[in-house]
Design a protein around this ligand. Structure first.
Ligand code: GLA
Length: 696
């Protein structure tokens, strides 16, 4: 592949840059602004619930936080009944005192709006604010997320409490930002009649006429034709795929407008320096996160391992997913202090594991890591959850690990100022495609997130930095773009991808790509739909596999499993990289991977789920073909390296997840900022962390 003008430009900048090493690209964007200008570039904090404790205790809590070097508390996100004890009567004095006291201990506050926990007076007086289950039954008070996000009355209460909070704290110098609600969406939508009417209205705005809707959903199938908007149901269980996909979009719209209602209330009164974020949940797929994070200052997520131990590849992928929502640095708003209380086996993380996780977050672009929660509540649903302070009010052993990490953050924070990860490789994720595949799996074994993870694992090992972005994201800074399961691929998206290829990019599509339009209807072409001409090949037939199928060719030999597509070359210039061996007769000797030069770039189609070894060779091939280079260089097995780039510097975070010590040789002498020395190599014990600053 010949490099695009943009690649050439970045190479030139690279040569001119005194900071970047020989194999690193120049940053593709202006340095990111530090999220809280007056604060350290990387921060650590905790979720603190002063409302659960006598005020006389607060000072001791904050003293212990300050001693541990925690700099942030997130507060108030469940304290509605304390802030509005009865309808229209607000009491923020206690909260102001808590914020002031925190500030005295050099701790800033992030205020959560309390709308995940409406008070009992509200839901009792206005039962229509409670969420209805799919059965139609309203939930009862006493848990959380029990309100209906689509209830106009509930939204009005949310607006009022958010506005009152903003009037009181929007100018408070110690309030640095806001979190809207808490982990919205996990408790589903309300399935009441009002919500159904809103869905019908939303469809009316989208389709304008019923004819249009009936055509795109092919409702003549099974007599689904609608001749009145009021007939359209909320899909519960299996339904028309077009209806199901539009329902997901309506859910996205509902939570986005639910969020916007509060953003507007806050923005009216808050100083622009106060950020607004939301705490999302990694691969939770209830709504489209690219859409919902758009109006936020930055995205945050809650990083929980649950049972077992951290899988660095999966956790790294989830960090990169969150970074990709807005293509900028993010926060880990919550992470587990050793253990949670909600999984099948709530084991404790090993000593050192949480520190490694905190540094991993930073390496992947987190500017803050907060522990949930500071101290055990004496009663309530989460009594047994991990904490930093026990029910007796004194630190548990885990406190020391947090304290160590937070002191490290503070010691080296200036090296991270204005830095962000920069990658040559992008993976594409699309909620539309993800949902379409979930609705019609065809084989229960097909898991598009698992497939994404298997691509990520090998591509990240080679390139050491991968962006995970939405399918419509700007792509021109990437040498390689891989879309493992782009099932929904309408014309405008195909044009966007083709433009990237024309300009010199390498696009790799995985199985099941290019099958559906934006209405979740089959395209009236074979896969990959609008990209068939560029690829010069198409999918003849697809097969959910009962057993593995042998494959061999230029990339070596191995097995395809779960899914296999029989490709057919239709144009000159196609190269078959792998073909199937003897299997079901249909696939025998047929192409499994085809690649073709197109424009100044290349397009490759991988029609099968490959075994690990072939995945690795396929990744080797595609990165070499695209001139992708590792951002650091060789690291021993079990060591993860991440990089952040800023003006005149790049900084590497090295973490050893292997059970034995590992020696990492640095590409050249660098400053090991945690140890305060210059070195050519570093020895990492299990869960050991090194931070290497390269500002040559
Ligand atoms: C979520 C919530 C928190 C708490 C933790 C427990 O992330 O946001 O309020 O319940 O889980 O792990």
């Amino acid at each position: 592949m010949s490099p695009s003008p943009l690649h050439a430009l970045s190479c030139l900048v690279l040569i001119l840059s005194s900071a970047a090493s020989a194999q690193s690209p120049a940053p593709r964007h202006a340095p990111i602004p530090t999220q809280i200008p007056s604060q350290n570039a990387i921060l650590m904090g905790a979720a603190w619930y002063p409302e659960q404790w006598p005020e006389s205790r607060w000072e001791e809590d904050l003293r212990l936080m300050e001693a541990a070097n925690l700099k942030v508390v997130r507060i108030a996100e469940f304290a509605w009944s304390r802030m509005e004890p009865s309808e229209g009567h607000y009491d923020f004095d206690w909260l102001e005192r808590a914020i002031n006291l925190a500030a005295k201990h050099h701790i800033v506050s992030v205020l959560g709006t309390p709308t995940a926990t409406p008070p009992a007076w509200l839901t009792q007086k206005y039962p229509d604010t409670l969420r209805a289950e799919p059965s139609g039954q309203r939930v009862t008070h006493g848990n959380r997320a029990h309100a209906s996000a689509s209830s106009p009355r509930y939204r009005e209460f949310c607006r009022q409490i958010a506005e009152q909070m903003a009037i009181r704290f929007g100018h408070n110098p110690d309030v640095v930002g806001w979190q809207i609600d808490n982990e919205y969406g996990y408790a589903l939508m309300s399935f009441d009649d009002g919500t159904r009417r809103q869905f019908q209205d939303w469809l009316k705005t989208k389709f304008e006429t019923l004819d249009n809707l009936n055509t795109h959903w092919t409702t003549s199938y099974w007599s689904q034709t609608y001749d009145n908007w009021g007939e359209i149901p909320i899909p519960i269980g299996e339904h028309n795929p077009g209806l199901m996909l539009d329902w997901k979009r309506f859910v996205t719209y509902t939570w986005t407008s639910y969020q916007q209602n509060q953003i507007d209330a806050i923005r009216k009164h808050a100083e622009p320096r106060q950020f607004i974020t939301g705490n999302f949940m990694g691969f939770f797929d209830g709504f489209d996160h690219y859409t919902i994070t758009e109006p936020l200052t930055f995205a945050s997520w809650d990083d929980y391992v649950g049972s077992g131990h951290v899988d660095p590849a999966y956790n790294g992928l989830a960090h990169d997913l969150t970074r990709g929502f807005k293509r900028q640095n993010f926060w880990v708003m919550e992470t587990q202090p050793g253990a949670v209380n909600w999984s099948a086996l709530n084991n404790f993380l090993n000593r050192g594991e949480a520190r490694a996780m905190a540094w991993q977050a930073v390496g992947h672009g987190a500017d803050d890591v907060n522990y949930w929660q500071w101290r055990s509540a004496l009663n309530g649903q989460e009594e047994l959850h991990g904490v930093l302070i026990g029910p007796d009010g004194t630190p548990v052993p885990f406190y020391n690990e947090v304290s160590q990490t937070a002191h490290e953050f503070a010691r080296v924070e200036s090296s991270f100022r204005d830095t962000a990860p920069v990658s040559q490789v992008a993976l594409l994720f699309s909620y539309d495609s993800h949902w379409a595949l979930q609705f019609q799996k065809h084989t229960q074994k097909y898991d598009d997130v698992e497939l994404l993870k298997s691509y990520y694992r090998v591509l990240r090992q080679i390139s050491q930095s991968v962006d995970l972005v939405g399918a419509y994201a700007p792509l021109d800074s990437y040498k390689l773009v891989v879309a493992p399961s782009l099932n929904v691929l309408p014309k405008d998206l195909a044009d966007h991808l083709l433009e990237y290829v024309r300009q010199g990019g390498h696009l790799v599509l995985g199985p099941r790509s290019g099958m559906k339009d934006e209405f979740n209807a089959l395209l009236p072409q074979r896969q990959p739909g609008f990209l068939v001409d560029a690829l010069g090949a198409r999918v003849e037939q697809y097969y959910a596999l009962e057993k593995d199928v042998p494959v061999s060719g230029a990339l070596g030999s191995g097995e395809a499993s779960i899914w296999a597509e029989q490709l057919k070359s239709q144009a000159r210039g196609d190269e078959v990289l792998l073909q199937y061996g003897r299997s079901n007769g249909w696939l025998d000797d047929q192409p499994a991977i085809i690649t073709r030069a197109y424009g100044k770039g290349r397009i490759t189609y991988i029609g099968a789920v490959l075994d690990d070894k072939l995945m690795a060779t396929a990744a080797e091939w595609m990165t070499q073909k695209s001139d992708v280079t590792p951002v650091f260089g060789a690291v021993p097995e079990g060591v993860e390296v991440s990089r952040r780039v800023g003006p005149g510097k790049q900084i590497f975070v090295l973490i050893n997840y292997a059970p034995e010590s590992r020696r990492v040789t640095l590409p050249h002498s660098m400053q090991l900022v945690l140890d305060g020395k210059q070195a050519d190599a570093v020895d990492l014990p299990p869960y050991g962390v090194a931070v290497a600053l390269d500002n040559r």
